[in-house]
Design a protein around this ligand. Structure first.
Ligand code: BES
Ligand code: MN
Ligand code: ZN
Length: 498
């Protein structure tokens, strides 16, 4: 997608389609007002007739508006004239994009930057529009035979109108950032949507190499099971025992910052299919456990975004990747394993496998002498119960890091919500036979899972993002969301600025 920033005179602007906002109760945005005037009240007459009411997300396509140089005008309902909130703005942009996609125009000029959004400036809106436009145009057709594939979206170029020229370079940067985030999200969504028989640990390793290819700042290394055995990753390896797909530990190293500057480390859960193992999951919706590598996919997405933006930071991505399957050599409930840290773990439930692979990856991170470590994982069904599908669960051992992540989520419209990481919860992990159990009972499942991880992150500042509810949509809209690429990118952008 090609995004441009222009200062246009709406009546004279040539384009396949102009995109302008209108509000309820016959209120017009500045550009709509201008068009209304030159067309002798064409738009206000339509409003009076009730052809469009201005409700949020409503659209109406006009052909050959009198005295307008453009081929078409797409009116987009923005609701009441009062400022929108972030989510409402995104809804409006998505609706406009779907309409443009249906019309099939190749190019358009977008005036929706005029719409007021509470406490947000024009560059923020431009970035959101770039991101949301790409998101709404996304489709995953790779697994359909040629004849059943929808054609790729026709829309290739969108020009954002801004008033005057003062803000131009900020707006250009915003569009560029939005596009880079959208490109990262596409990688994340594609990997999530690919089925488990294709997106294996080896596939993830190859994808990491492909992202790094030709980039001097980005290096990838992949450890195999033999090398992990040498590192004594007994916990990680216990999960992959029941699978025929070889496990991989993938590390991406982006060096954009000063030499020797402590890196930010992202660790993504990469279970390419989670059957539950011997503690097997029920069949309905088990297919969705192909998404159990979305943490890993978000790490690859963010690495690509940061690389595209060439940000001045040292960033490392670590992806423990394997399958969780039941076979004759799979882990059994009651088995005790020794993690890389030396701590022993009683596996009371083989379906609590994410923490078992993450704990060794987190111990592995100590060698990077990190500034902070953030892990991203589709870790617990409890998180979906607690927060639903709107907020990512955030927990950590460092208040500043957690509040920075919450702030990044708010400003990038990819929000998280903090849950407590108190000692009282940690006690639920007691085991009669090992240093700890891998589950903490029914209560507070997201928290006890994070407590488990916190036992492996004492050496550094750490936060955990539970994306079980936010990484993909279930039901009719089933598909990866690309979250939390915006949140993580924003966190890194903020770090680069401070
Ligand atoms: N990958 C799942 C978590 C999950 C479940 C994410 C449903 C999204 C939707 C994880 O490996 C898992 O199975 N967790 C168990 C933990 C339990 C056994 C303590 C869970 O949440 O049920
Ligand atoms: Mn599981
Ligand atoms: Zn899992």
């Amino acid at each position: 997608m090609d995004f441009k920033i222009i200062n246009s005179t709406i009546g004279k602007q040539r384009s396949a389609c102009l995109v302008v906002g209108i509000h309820e109760a016959g209120k017009l945005s500045a550009s709509a007002k201008h068009l209304d005037k030159i067309s002798r009240s064409f738009i206000s007459k339509l409003l009076k007739k009730g052809d469009i009411k201005g409700k949020q997300g409503e659209t109406l396509l006009l052909h050959t508006l009198p005295n307008c140089a453009a081929d078409r005008v797409l009116l987009v309902g923005c609701g009441k004239e009062a400022a929108l909130n972030d989510q409402q703005f995104r809804k409006v942009i998505s609706a406009a994009t779907s309409a443009l996609d249906k019309i099939g125009v190749k190019e358009c000029v977008n005036y929706l930057g005029e719409i007021k959004v509470s406490e947000r400036d024009l560059p923020w809106k431009i970035r959101q529009m770039s991101e949301t436009t790409c998101d709404a145009l996304y489709r995953f057709e790779a697994m359909k035979s040629k004849k059943n594939q929808r054609p790729a979206p026709a829309l290739k170029k969108m020009s954002f109108h801004i008033p005057g020229t003062a803000n131009r370079s900020n707006c250009r940067n915003a569009a560029k950032t939005g596009l880079a985030i959208a490109n990262g999200m596409t990688i994340t969504k594609d990997l999530g949507n690919l089925p488990g028989n294709i997106c294996t640990p080896t596939y993830l390793a190859n994808k990491a190499k492909a992202i790094a290819k030709g980039n001097s700042k980005l290096k990838v290394s992949v450890l195999d099971e033999k090398q992990m055995t040498a590192l004594k990753m007994g916990s990680f390896l216990s999960v992959t025992r029941g699978s025929r797909e070889p496990a991989k530990l993938i590390t991406l190293n982006y060096s954009g910052g000063k030499k020797g500057e402590p890196p930010v480390v992202l660790v993504g859960k990469g279970v390419t299919f989670d059957s539950g193992g011997v503690s097997i999951k029920p069949s309905p919706t088990m297919d969705e456990m192909k998404y159990d590598m979305c943490g890993a996919a978000s790490v690859l997405g963010v690495m690509a975004t940061i690389n595209e933006l060439s940000l001045p930071i040292n960033l490392i991505g670590v992806v423990p990747a394997c399958e969780n399957m039941p076979d004759g050599s799979a882990s059994k409930p009651g088995d005790v394993v020794t993690s890389m840290s030396g701590q022993t773990i009683e596996i009371l439930n083989t379906d609590a496998e994410g923490r078992l692979i993450l704990c060794d990856a987190l111990t592995y991170c100590e060698r990077f002498k990190p500034a902070v470590v953030i892990d991203i994982a589709t870790l617990t069904g409890s998180c979906v119960m607690a927060l639903g599908s709107h907020a990512t669960g955030i927990l950590g051992n460092d208040d500043e890091l957690v509040s920075d992540l919450l702030a990044a989520g708010n400003s990038s419209n990819d929000r998280g919500w903090q849950l407590p990481l108190w000692e009282e919860y940690d006690e639920q992990l007691k085991s009669n036979f090992a240093d700890m159990a891998n589950i903490g009972g029914r209560e507070g499942g997201t928290i006890t899972a994070a407590c488990f991880l916190s036992r492996f992150t004492r050496a550094y500042n750490w936060a955990h993002l539970d994306i079980a509810g936010t990484a993909w949509h279930s039901g009719a809209k089933k598909g990866g969301t690309g979250r939390p690429v915006p949140l993580l990118t924003q966190y890194i952008l903020d770090r680069c600025e401070s």
